[in-house]
Design a protein around this ligand. Structure first.
Ligand SMILES: *[C@@H]1O[C@H](CO)[C@@H](O)[C@H](O)[C@H]1NC(C)=O
Ligand SMILES: *[C@@H]1O[C@H](CO)[C@@H](O)[C@H](O)[C@H]1NC(C)=O
Ligand SMILES: *[C@@H]1O[C@H](CO)[C@@H](O)[C@H](O)[C@H]1NC(C)=O
Ligand SMILES: *[C@@H]1O[C@H](CO)[C@@H](O)[C@H](O)[C@H]1NC(C)=O
Ligand SMILES: *[C@@H]1O[C@H](CO)[C@@H](O)[C@H](O)[C@H]1NC(C)=O
Ligand SMILES: *[C@@H]1O[C@H](CO)[C@@H](O)[C@H](O)[C@H]1NC(C)=O
Ligand SMILES: CC(=O)N[C@H]1CO[C@H](CO)[C@@H](O)[C@@H]1O
Ligand SMILES: [Cu+2]
Length: 580
């Protein structure tokens, strides 16, 4: 069942020797299995684990198997030494090798990857979901719809994992835009960090919460090897961070009662778990050598923002953000990661004055105006640093990779994207829309292939929404506070037209600088409440002047959406269709 041609060649990633193998490197083809590890449980609220009773830093940080061809010993997932095994949905190449997060897929620039994503999920979900929000429901009501999106990919629409391209087990039932079984990832884009995850209409938050996510790395040894960054499986590690709550029997807990149950029986506007999980373990520990490491940190939380720092003052050297390298490394003591944002950092443990250090988090939740962190969610993981000093082969060059800078005068179109949140008369959120439009309304964003566009994202809500655009990459130009906000919001609520509401009259408040480590090309960015964020979106490669190697105008097109999964599902998401 598992066909993995090219596995040996893909084994060591950035090996200089890889270069000469490339001409005959075959494509990587494999079948990904989405399955469940144990039986289902009830959705009740009794017997919740108080996560602060779990001792921290007792489990070793796992490294997910890499789809490159070595075996991984694997049992039923346990999120903590003192928790019973947890039923999850997991990706893997077989039921026995499935892990949460799923295996890390390593791809090479210009080497195509073909994946047949098979659905082996059970008939019933292990988490509560809500049929009153626009949701993929198979006609025979049997099986769990799923579809896989490769976040950060510049690829064909047929393999993009459109929310309506879902399918159930054995492809028995399919969503309206389903096109094919075998997805084709072109990997022509710049080297960087992507991740794959479920994207089924109305089920993304629960399918990802259940475990359907994993890392995907595109490498380009010719460009990356000369940088000399720490590399190899020991020193170059994905850290996939998310928060989860558990019952005493080990099962995942998600509230089955909505905060507005007469309208939406289950949906809540944000999921927060009270245990912080890294690579599938709650507050793990990792023994490190006294040298540099590279961590590709993916925030795979539904709604929790994370603000990372080291308790002993150790810094991070940011080398890339989302799927693209920075031009120059950026030194930071602290940084904020929204859901689905990726920080690629170098940490030099030889600079540590102590022999252990905790990676902490102090982002309030919901971000930015929610509760402060407490002593359980203010910690992420612990590093135990070996005593011996050693010669460090890894380095951080002064210059990384330069891509074309944002050129505002090349923009051919200006769009206004307003974020709305609606409330019931009890003041609880009922749904969120982009441009006051449901997902079903006809497509309004139709960029030309190769175009550069200005999108003014107007956040009329109280939350910070991480906006993600499929296919396109963008640069954040500026963030300007809206003055006389209530007046402007009143007009927008009535007319939903930023120009008629004279946005230029209101967008003249405080300007917030874009931080150095967020100035490069991104695919998710935090849209501040009460601000207009101007981004320059590019619908072409940044690493070459070639036009897309696929037909980006094909059906079913793409989407753009808020990456707080609970918002995306209800339905802060709109279609996007490229045109010629
Ligand atoms: C969990 O335990 C901690 C410390 O023992 C306590 O402060 C906290 O209130 C408890 N939380 C709940 C929800 O019971
Ligand atoms: C921290 O907050 C979470 C969620 O609000 C709660 O469940 C947990 O018990 C708190 N922990 C402590 C130690 O107070
Ligand atoms: C579940 O949500 C309901 C409605 O918002 C709330 O009343 C209840 O306290 C929540 N339960 C837990 C365990 O958080
Ligand atoms: C992860 O993303 C969520 C949702 O945007 C965000 O609330 C949380 O702070 C992020 N966590 C980290 C560690 O970046
Ligand atoms: C910016 O775009 C304009 C219009 O396409 C072009 O004339 C100009 O050369 C570009 N500037 C740079 C620095 O690339
Ligand atoms: C793209 O074209 C520009 C202008 O002709 C050139 O300066 C640049 O080097 C090219 N970029 C790549 C990646 O080939
Ligand atoms: C109505 C509303 O949500 N206003 C918020 C807009 O954003 C500012 C800045 O974060 C908040 O202070 C307002 O409460
Ligand atoms: Cu949102």
């Amino acid at each position: 069942m598992v066909k993995m041609e090219g596995k040996v060649m893909l084994r060591t990633g950035i090996d200089a020797g890889l270069k000469c193998l490339r001409p005959w490197l075959p494509k990587l083809i494999f079948v990904a299995f989405m399955g469940i590890v144990m039986s289902t449980r009830t959705w009740g609220e009794d017997n919740l684990i108080n996560a602060s009773k779990l001792e921290m830093f007792v489990d070793d940080l796992p490294d997910m198997p890499r789809i490159k061809g070595f075996d991984f010993e694997h049992g039923v997932p346990k999120f903590h030494r003192d928790l019973p095994p947890t039923p999850v949905f997991a990706y893997g190449t077989s039921k026995h090798t499935a892990t949460i997060p799923g295996p890390t897929i390593e791809a090479l620039n210009n080497v195509d990857t073909y994946v047949t994503w098979q659905n082996h999920l059970p008939k019933k979900h292990i988490l509560p979901w809500d049929p009153t929000i626009p949701t993929a429901v198979p006609a025979n009501k049997k099986g769990i719809p799923t579809v896989v999106h490769l976040h950060g990919a510049i690829g064909e629409p047929q393999s993009d994992g459109h929310a309506q391209s879902w399918f159930t087990a054995q492809f028995k039932e399919k969503g309206p835009t389903w096109t094919k079984k075998q997805y084709h990832y072109l990997n022509r884009q710049q080297p960087g960090n992507l991740w794959y995850h479920d994207h089924a209409m109305g089920l993304t938050r629960v399918n990802i919460l259940a475990g359907l996510l994993g890392a995907y790395i595109i490498r380009n040894p010719e460009i990356e090897a000369p940088l000399g960054l720490p590399h190899g499986n020991e020193f170059d590690r994905p850290l996939i961070v998310f928060d989860r709550s558990f019952r005493t029997d080990g099962s995942l807990f998600m509230n089955s009662t909505g905060d507005n149950p007469s309208i939406h029986p289950q949906w809540q506007p944000e999921y927060f778990g009270d245990a912080i999980i890294v690579n599938g373990k709650a507050w793990p520990r990792m023994i490190v050598r006294r040298r540099k490491y590279r961590f590709r940190i993916i925030n795979a939380s539904n709604a929790r923002f994370l603000k990372f720092f080291f308790t002993n003052g150790l810094g991070f050297i940011h080398v890339a953000s989302d799927s693209a390298y920075h031009e120059r490394p950026v030194m930071l003591k602290k940084f904020l990661l929204a859901p689905s944002e990726i920080a690629d950092v170098i940490v030099d443990f030889s600079k540590s004055k102590s022999d252990s250090v905790i990676l902490g988090n102090d982002a309030p939740y919901p971000y930015p105006s929610g509760d402060p962190v407490n002593e359980s969610n203010d910690k992420v993981m612990k590093f135990l640093i070996k005593e011996e000093h050693e010669v460090d082969s890894g380095r951080v060059p002064k210059r990384l990779i330069k891509y074309p800078s944002a050129n505002l005068s090349s923009a051919s179109e200006t769009r206004y994207i307003a974020m709305f949140e609606y409330e019931s008369n009890t003041g609880n959120p009922t749904h969120l829309y982009l441009n006051a439009k449901s997902f079903e309304e006809p497509v309004t964003e139709t960029p030309k292939v190769g175009a550069t566009e200005v999108w003014n994202v107007i956040n009329l809500t109280e939350d910070n929404h991480p906006l993600h655009i499929h296919l396109g990459l963008f640069v954040v130009l500026d963030q300007t506070e809206l003055v006389d906000f209530d007046e402007f919001k009143g007009c927008m609520t009535k007319m939903n037209n930023a120009i008629k509401c004279q946005i230029s009259k209101y967008a003249r408040g405080k300007r917030v600088e874009v931080l150095a480590h967020e100035k490069g090309w991104k695919n998710v960015y935090k849209m501040m409440p009460g601000y207009v964020t101007k981004i320059l979106v590019r619908f072409s490669y940044i690493n070459s002047n070639a036009s897309y190697s696929f037909d980006a105008t094909a059906e079913p097109g793409y989407v753009y959406h808020c990456h707080i999964l609970d918002h995306e599902d209800n339905v802060m998401m709109r279609p996007m269709k490229l045109i010629k």
